[in-house]
Ligand binder design. Structure first.
Ligand SMILES: Nc1ncnc2c1ncn2[C@@H]1O[C@H](COP(=O)(O)OP(=O)(O)O)[C@@H](O)[C@H]1O
Ligand SMILES: [Mg+2]
Length: 279
């Protein structure tokens, strides 16, 4: 692959389009590129994120794993898979454009992404954004993600990035962080179920962080709805519980919901109905 540095010096690179091609990782330049970096400004998770100084119109960030990809499994499977998912979702405008990916000479996994203003967490701190505006934008992303059969258990405000214009109220959001440990791209469920599960996860994960509880109304509709909608809710919870982390417990605490307290009762009800198939 041609040197990324050479490309950005001469002409800005087009985003990567072919997730299969880049699944096979290339090597990315080390020292030269590090001169263009400022940061890291986000380093609480598994990655360090830097601002990248380029002459290109679209701003970029340089995201590097904190650990070297030393284990065979990580090298051969996890990181390339994350790149695969990042490119796949970027093509559907679910996630930021990907400009480059690879392993740097020291063995760290690198992804260069289109930069957005801030995480959704940061945006909500800075601006007074209408709840419906946020929910509408997120719902579209969740629908698209579900139609790719992708689900991420680690969905939270820090894994959503975006731009907001307070004058026009225009909000653009994108999902990030497709770590293989937290995401699965083989979800074979009705899209409604996947979308609902994403809403529940985000809602549960935003407990102390938003001026409002996201998707509360949507979720309540399922709780108080028909048997069919309760069945969908049940499947959504089942999906979430595959890797519960803290999410389900937090949600149970917050809403004090009967449905979470007594899944057996719920199950009895539900078993009378046929299992949902992907439509
Ligand atoms: N494309 C981007 N534009 C703007 N900020 C970003 C972008 N990607 C990541 N960030 C910032 O970096 C943080 C961590 O990135 P993330 O990909 O979630 O890595 P980690 O695995 O460390 O959580 C995000 O919460 C966000 O604040
Ligand atoms: Mg993250």
């Amino acid at each position: 692959m041609e040197s990324f540095l050479k490309i950005i010096k001469n002409d800005c690179p087009p985003p990567l389009k072919n997730q299969r091609k880049h699944y096979k990782m290339s090597i990315i330049e080390g020292n030269e590129i590090s001169k263009l970096l400022k940061g890291p400004y986000a380093k609480s998770g598994f990655n360090a994120v830097y601002d990248m100084n380029t002459p290109c119109e679209k701003k970029m960030i340089y995201r590097k794993t904190k650990r070297k990809l030393s284990h065979k499994k990580q090298l051969k499977h996890s990181f390339p898979n994350e790149v695969y998912m990042s490119i796949l979702t970027s093509r559907k405008q679910i996630s930021p454009l990907v400009y480059y990916s690879g392993i740097d000479p020291s063995g760290y996994g690198v992804i260069i992404l289109q930069k957005y203003e801030n995480s959704l967490r940061g945006l909500l701190k800075k601006y007074d954004i209408n709840q419906k505006n946020v929910e509408r934008n997120l719902s579209i992303l969740f629908e698209k993600l579900a139609s790719l059969n992708v689900f991420c258990w680690d969905l939270k405000l820090g894994n959503v990035v975006g731009d907001y214009n307070p004058t026009t109220s225009k909000l653009t959001l994108r999902l990030i962080d497709f770590d293989m440990y937290f995401c699965n791209s083989k979800i074979k469920l009705d899209n409604d179920v996947t979308v609902l599960a994403l809403k529940i996860i985000l809602s549960a994960n935003t407990k102390y962080r938003t001026p409002y509880t996201l998707f509360q109304t949507d979720i309540k509709e399922y709780i108080t709805g028909t048997k069919r909608s309760k069945l969908k809710l049940f499947h959504a919870l089942e999906l979430i519980s595959e890797k519960p982390f803290k999410t389900v417990n937090r949600y149970r605490e917050k809403h004090n919901l009967k449905i979470f307290k007594n899944p057996i009762e719920m199950l009895k009800d539900i078993l009378k109905i046929r299992r949902l198939k992907k439509t």
